[in-house]
Design a protein around this ligand. Sequence first.
Ligand code: ADP
Length: 151
Amino acid sequence: MEKRTAVFPGSFDPFTRGHQDIVLRALSLFDHIIIGIGHNTKKKRYFPVEEVLDAITKSFGPYPSVSVELYSDLTANFARERGARFLLRGLRNGTDLEYENPIAQANRHVDEGLETVFMITSPEFAYISSSIVRELHRYGQDVSKFLPDSH
Ligand code: ADP
C-alpha cells in the first residue's frame, strides 16, 4: 500500500504544545509526518530558525515517523517533492477556519490531488498561539509551559 505522508506546514515561531498535540494526534492517520518550517529569509523571525528546528527534532526523537525540515518553496510544491498528498493544519476557532479556507482552496488549485486535513485543537491548548508566546517572552516571562517539555 502507498505510504500516507502529510506535511504539517507552519512558521512555528515558536513550535508550541498546541502544535505538538496536533502532530501526536495525527500519528494514527499518517505513516509519515513532515513538520515543514516555512522559512522565508526576507521575513524576520523572533526565535532563530535553527533553534526551532533543533528543539522540534529533539522533541520528536522517539517518533521515527516524524521528521522536520526547513523549506522556502510554495507549500504545495514542497509537499509534492516529498511525495505528500496531505497537508495537516490545526483549527482553534472560527477565525482559524476563515483564514485556512482560502489557503486550502489555493493549494488544491496548485495541486488538485493535495488534500488539507484539519484537526480541531484540544481545548487545553486552544488558547496558545505563537504570537502570544513571543509577546510574553519579549517581556521576560517564562514561556516554558507553552512549549514541549524538551524545549
Ligand atoms: P502559520 O504562520 O502558517 O499560520 P503557525 O505556526 O502559526 O503557522 O501554525 C501552524 C498551524 O498550527 C496552523 O494550522 C495553526 O492553526 C495551527 N495552530 C497554531 N496554534 C495552535 C494550537 N494552539 N493548537 C493547535 N493548532 C495550532
